[in-house]
Design a binder for this molecule. Structure first.
Ligand SMILES: *[C@@H]1O[C@H](CO)[C@@H](O)[C@H](O)[C@H]1NC(C)=O
Length: 291
């Protein structure tokens, strides 16, 4: 996106408003949209429909974590690599061209009125409806940011190896409660992760256990078949596997059932079941099919 296409709308919705909105929705799976980890690559080659929707959900989530100002859409300028280029985002965060297209159409019909930050929020709402039948209202008025630094995501996004305590601290800095945090993790009900984000737990866990003993052995075996050790260390690329093995293309509560089955893909997923502070919330969502 060229920076001159970025114009703020009227008024402004700061991050705390976004959080307030989330708070009101905390019981709903909808909030699940709001979490992205660096490792998530949104790749459903056979379902272009899903590619767009899932991609946009994660884009929105990322944007919320990074300040709700759509600065991730900005391209690098000489001497200043942008957020887009951070290892957490490139090549995982995608869908920029969808926002660019929507912005171009809006500018043609109604110049300088709808910000890109709003477009991302609206597109995420529509995507949630398409992949999860979830409907929610989105206020408008976010303003676009003009500043984008490559190192910003590293300071904000929780990495996939965080345990529950570290996650709690990270989310608390953004004003989220434990309850909200676990709900937001439900965004992992869709999307995929690169093997490199978890292959350590399959092959080089520690000196006594090459494989993480907390992982279901059969699940680990399946993952190893999809993520051979040589692939994660270079040639052959870095394949992806679904974050939610039960219903990878539907935004629902099956992610929590995965955790109950010890089929959480990332440390930061499975830790929600092993931590006493969050296990009750995981159980609640796993039981509550209508959530
Ligand atoms: C490896 O991890 C297991 C399980 O967490 C633990 O019991 C064991 O002590 C660890 N071994 C080493 C050498 O750290």
């Amino acid at each position: 996106m060229r920076s001159q296409t970025k114009q703020g709308g009227e008024g402004s919705v700061p991050l705390y408003m976004e959080l307030f909105k989330l708070r009101q929705l905390k019981a709903s799976l909808l909030c699940l949209l709001q979490l992205v980890f660096c490792i998530v690559l949104l790749l459903f080659p056979t379902f272009s429909f899903y590619v767009q929707n899932v991609t946009i959900l994660y884009l929105h989530l990322y944007v919320i974590f990074a300040g709700c100002d759509a600065s991730v859409l900005l391209d690098s300028t000489p001497g200043n690599p942008a957020e887009k280029e951070n290892i957490a985002n490139n090549p995982s965060l995608r869908g920029f061209e969808v926002i660019d297209e929507a912005k171009a159409e809006l500018e043609a019909q109604c110049p300088q009125t709808v910000s890109c930050a709003d477009i991302i929020a609206f597109a995420a709402r529509d995507s949630a409806y398409k992949v999860g039948d979830i409907n929610y209202k989105v206020p408008s008025g976010r303003r676009n940011g003009w500043v984008s630094h490559e190192d910003e995501p590293t300071q904000n996004l929780p990495p996939p190896f965080f345990d529950a305590k570290q996650l709690e601290e990270n989310f608390a800095r953004k004003g989220f409660s434990l309850d909200e945090m676990v709900t937001l993790f439900g965004a992992h009900s869709i999307g995929v992760s690169h093997c490199s984000s978890f292959s350590k737990y399959l092959y080089t866990f520690n000196a006594t256990h090459p494989q993480d003993p907390s992982m279901d052995p059969k699940f680990a075996r399946d993952l190893k078949a999809k993520c051979p050790p040589q692939l994660s260390s270079g040639n052959g690329g870095d394949p992806t596997v679904p974050l939610d093995v039960l219903t990878p293309n539907k935004l629902d509560n099956k992610y929590y059932k995965d955790l109950m089955n010890h089929h959480g893909l990332l440390t930061s997923d499975q830790t929600l079941l092993s931590s006493p502070a969050t296990v009750g919330i995981v159980r609640y969502h796993a039981r509550n099919d209508a959530a």
